[in-house]
Design a protein around this ligand. Structure first.
Ligand code: HAM
Length: 436
């Protein structure tokens, strides 16, 4: 190639997109933020699989990219997520979207792959990246991760209760401080009963409509329940009036919307799960029927929801499947990590110092197979320098092979914390390490 045509090094510093994060092989202390340390992610992921599988939930992985229509129909045309927050683009005349949440994709996969014909309930979990074009702030990213659970094919208070117990149990298993987490729960009724509820709420607020913010005025027509979620203080003052609060607390839902929810609360009481029945809890996704809940915390500032979920009895049908009442939730991983206490990262066991590279590779493979964490010095430098490297890498032991050890086909095993040394065979018994 003509050297004149070699492109000049690009001086522009490339940066990650706003609202996205790198997860780095550094400790939490080094990066200063739990979500940026891969050690904490791995701690979480290792526990997750065991935790869900112990309750016979199976993992499902669906694509990050789906047809936009899935979310428009699934999450709801009028929701903030669909109207404002999706990363959507065109390819070959089709509109595609990076998934803003996991449930719609799981339900699509459930229908498309015939999982709907499996014995019910079908119990699934997932973990993966989600994308929402929101204003980034502490605890709110544009690419974030969710761990989710979906229990498909049962409409019983026990199914709701299990899903909630699974979330609470996961927080416990991860060692989260129990007093820092509150379960809020509410009943938003079945869709056929909600229309009357919505009309009654609108009638109650009609006289105060001119005092409400623009967003609430728009929601009044499109999605009145979401008005209750407004953070504007003057709107809050209106919604917190006794007339509204009493209406919400005492609304006479018909039996089909009310009884199973009350039975769920009884079950939670019996299981000793504390909760707050919060009549103002409404969710930002349209698919919920009856039970909705959130786990919030006082430790994360404004973005205080760690987990959100609820029952969705019609979503599977909406997406072309058979009637399949379901319930589920998703936890925000980055928020969860901020509540976890990191374990110290695993330490390197053995650092192999040798200029006899084949022997070094052989002993490393032998010891790794026995479960030890082993690294080989690849520098081919003098042994003294390799040994210094062993200390820098904070290994417990160094295996050293100088000329005499090479001739005798053995190793010097040095305990780096104690400074003691012994001779071992070319493929030493791993018990020597485990015992010391
Ligand atoms: P969601 O409430 O929209 O529900 O999200 C669940 C959790 O994801 C939130 O509680 C929060 O922890 C986290 N999260 C949401 N947006 C962000 C963000 N921009 N940055 C960081 N974390 C975020 C759902 O997504 C439903 N699919 C849950 C569900 C499953 N319902 C039934 N099944």
């Amino acid at each position: 190639m003509d050297t004149n045509t070699v492109p000049k090094p690009n001086k522009v510093v490339l940066q990650r997109l706003k609202g996205t994060q790198d997860v780095l092989p550094l400790s939490v202390a080094d990066v200063g933020q739990p979500a940026l340390s891969i050690h904490l992610w791995q701690q979480l992921e290792q526990l997750l699989h065991q935790y869900f599988q112990a309750a016979n939930y199976q993992e499902i992985r669906t694509p990050s990219l789906e047809y936009t229509e899935l979310f428009a129909r699934g999450v709801g045309e009028a929701t903030d997520i669909v109207t404002k927050e999706m990363f959507t683009f065109e390819r070959s005349d089709r509109s595609l979207t990076l998934r803003p949440e996991g449930t719609a994709g799981v339900v699509r996969a459930f229908v498309e792959n015939g999982l709907s014909r499996q014995p019910k309930p079908v119990k699934l979990y997932y973990c993966g990246p989600m994308f929402r074009y929101e204003r980034p702030q502490e605890g709110r990213q544009r690419q974030f991760h969710q761990v989710g659970l979906e229990l498909l094919g049962l409409d019983t208070p026990a199914a709701d209760a299990e899903s909630i117990l699974m979330a609470a149990g996961l927080f416990r298993a991860l060692g989260l401080p129990q007093e820092a987490i509150t379960l809020r729960i509410n009943n938003v009724g079945l869709p056929e009963d909600r229309a009357l509820f919505r009309d009654a709420l609108k009638a109650l607020l009609f006289a105060q409509l001119p005092q409400l913010c623009d967003t609430c005025q728009a929601r009044y027509e499109k999605n009145p329940l979401r008005m209750l979620d407004c953070k504007v203080p003057s709107c809050q003052a209106i919604y917190r009036q006794d007339t509204v609060s009493d209406f919400l607390r005492q609304y006479p839902w018909p039996d089909s919307s009310r009884v199973p929810f009350e039975q769920l609360l009884v079950l939670l009481n019996e299981m000793g799960v504390s909760y707050v029945h919060d009549p103002y809890l409404v969710r930002g996704l349209d698919y919920y029927t009856r039970t909705v809940f959130e786990f919030t915390t006082d430790r994360l500032g404004a973005q205080n929801a760690v987990c959100g979920g609820g029952r969705y009895n019609q979503l599977v049908e909406t997406l072309g499947g058979p009637p399949t009442p379901s319930v589920g939730w998703a936890i925000g991983v980055e928020r969860l990590l901020r509540l976890m206490t990191p374990l110290p990262p695993a330490r390197l066991d053995v650092f192999v110092c040798s200029q006899d590279i084949p022997a070094a590779f052989r002993v490393a493979e032998h010891l790794r197979a026995a479960g030890l964490r082993v690294e080989v010095d690849l520098s081919e430098r003098a042994l003294g320098k390799q040994l210094a490297q062993a200390s820098k890498r904070q290994a417990r032991w160094a295996l050293i092979r100088g000329e005499s050890e090479q001739q005798a086909d053995e190793w010097q095993l040095k305990h780096l914390d104690r400074g003691t040394q012994q001779t071992v065979a070319s493929l030493p018994d791993p018990q020597v390490f485990f015992a010391s």
